[in-house]
Ligand binder design. Structure first.
Ligand SMILES: [Zn+2]
Length: 313
C-alpha cells in the first residue's frame, strides 16, 4: 500500500492565533518551545525590543533578543520613558543621565544596532495622549522596517505600572496600523512605505496567556552580562558585589558569590535577579527559558487552502 501524502495523514497544526483578532477565543493555549536555530534564518529581518524602562527588556526578554539577533535579526532597543524616577543618584537630572548611559550599554551588550529614547515622563505615561505615542511608534516601525516587536503584554493581568500598560497598548495598535496606507499618509511624502511588524513577543509581570517558551540556555551568560549594565536601577547591576562587601564587614561570606566583585555580580544576577528564568526553564525540561504570548504573522486560510488543494488546469 502506498503511503498517503503527509498532508492527508496529519491535520494542519493549530495556528497560534490567540490575540490575532480573528482566531481562537480559548484560554487553553498550547505552549510551543522555541529552540535555538542554526545559521541565520532571520537574516534581513528587523526587531524592535521596546521597554518603558531600562531594565524591562533585560529582565524579561534579553535572552530572546540575543537569540534572535544571533539568528540574523537586526535589533533596535526603544526605551519609552525618561527613567527619571528610579535609581540611585544625587538629583533628578543625574538619575536620567545615569539611566540613559546604562541603557546605551544594555543596547550594546544585546548587540543592537542603535538605542532610541522617546523620553516620556516616568511613572506618568498615562497622562500623555496615547495617540501621540502611537503615531511616533508608527513612524519608527515604518522608518526602521520593523518585522518583530517585543514588548509588555497589553492583555496581561494585574499590571499596575502605567508606563508598562500604556507602552503595551500603544505598541499593540501602532503595529497593526503601520501597514495601512490610510494611517498617517503624510509619512509617504518622505519616501516611507506602509510597513507593519508581523510577529509579536509579549512578555508580562503577571498572569498572561503564555504560548511560547524560548530556550535561552545558550544566551544566559550574555543575558546576565546585559543585566549587569543596569547599575543605576534594576535587580542586578553591582548588587552582588555590594552584598559581598556587606557580608565581609560582618565577618561572613557566601560561597555562591565567589572571590571577587565580578564573580559576585554574575552569580547574584544569575541566581537572584534572573531566578525566574531557571524556574521557567525547569518546568519545560530546559536550563533557562523566557515566557511570552507570541502572535505570529496573519495567515490566510484561503491561501493555505489554495496551496494544499489547487491542481493544474
Ligand atoms: Zn518597567
Amino acid at each position: 500500500m502506498l503511503a498517503a501524502p503527509l498532508a492527508a495523514q496529519t491535520p494542519p497544526a493549530a495556528r497560534e492565533t490567540e490575540g490575532g483578532g480573528t482566531g481562537s477565543t480559548s484560554y487553553q493555549v498550547q505552549p510551543v518551545i522555541e529552540k535555538r536555530q542554526t545559521g541565520k534564518p532571520h537574516q534581513g529581518k528587523v526587531l524592535a525590543a521596546i521597554q518603558p524602562h531600562c531594565d524591562d527588556i533585560p529582565i524579561f526578554a534579553a535572552g530572546t533578543v540575543l537569540k534572535l539577533i544571533d539568528e540574523g535579526y537586526t535589533g533596535y532597543l526603544i526605551t519609552m520613558s525618561d527613567d527619571s524616577m528610579a535609581g540611585a543618584g544625587a538629583s533628578y537630572g543625574e538619575i536620567v543621565q545615569k539611566n540613559e548611559r546604562d541603557t546605551v550599554e544594555v543596547g550594546k551588550r544585546l548587540g543592537c544596532k542603535d538605542s532610541l529614547f522617546l523620553n516620556y515622563p516616568n511613572h506618568n505615561m498615562d497622562a500623555w495622549p496615547i495617540a501621540e505615542i502611537r503615531a511616533r511608534l508608527v513612524y519608527l516601525f515604518r522608518a526602521l522596517k520593523v518585522d518583530t516587536v517585543l514588548v509588555y503584554d497589553p492583555s496581561a493581568l494585574y499590571e499596575r505600572n502605567p508606563d508598562h500598560y500604556i507602552t503595551a497598548r500603544a505598541v499593540e495598535w501602532a503595529a497593526a496600523i503601520a501597514g495601512s496606507q490610510w494611517d498617517y499618509p503624510e509619512h509617504f511624502l518622505t519616501g516611507l512605505k506602509p510597513h507593519s511588524p508581523r510577529e509579536r513577543y509579549y512578555y508580562a509581570r503577571g498572569p498572561q496567556l503564555m504560548n511560547r517558551v524560548v530556550d535561552i540556555g545558550a544566551f544566559m551568560e550574555q543575558k546576565v552580562f546585559v543585566n549587569m549594565a543596569n547599575v543605576t536601577q534594576g535587580p542586578a547591576g553591582d548588587l552582588g558585589a555590594q552584598l559581598r562587601k556587606k557580608l565581609n564587614e560582618q565577618g561572613k561570606r557566601l560561597p555562591l558569590l565567589g572571590n571577587d566583585d565580578d564573580s559576585a555580580n554574575r552569580a547574584y544576577t544569575r541566581h537572584f535577579a534572573l531566578g525566574r528564568d531557571r524556574v521557567r526553564g525547569q518546568q519545560h525540561g530546559l536550563e533557562y527559558a523566557e515566557y511570552f504570548h507570541y502572535i505570529g504573522p496573519d495567515q490566510s486560510d484561503v491561501d493555505a487552502y489554495v496551496e494544499r488543494n489547487a491542481v493544474s488546469l
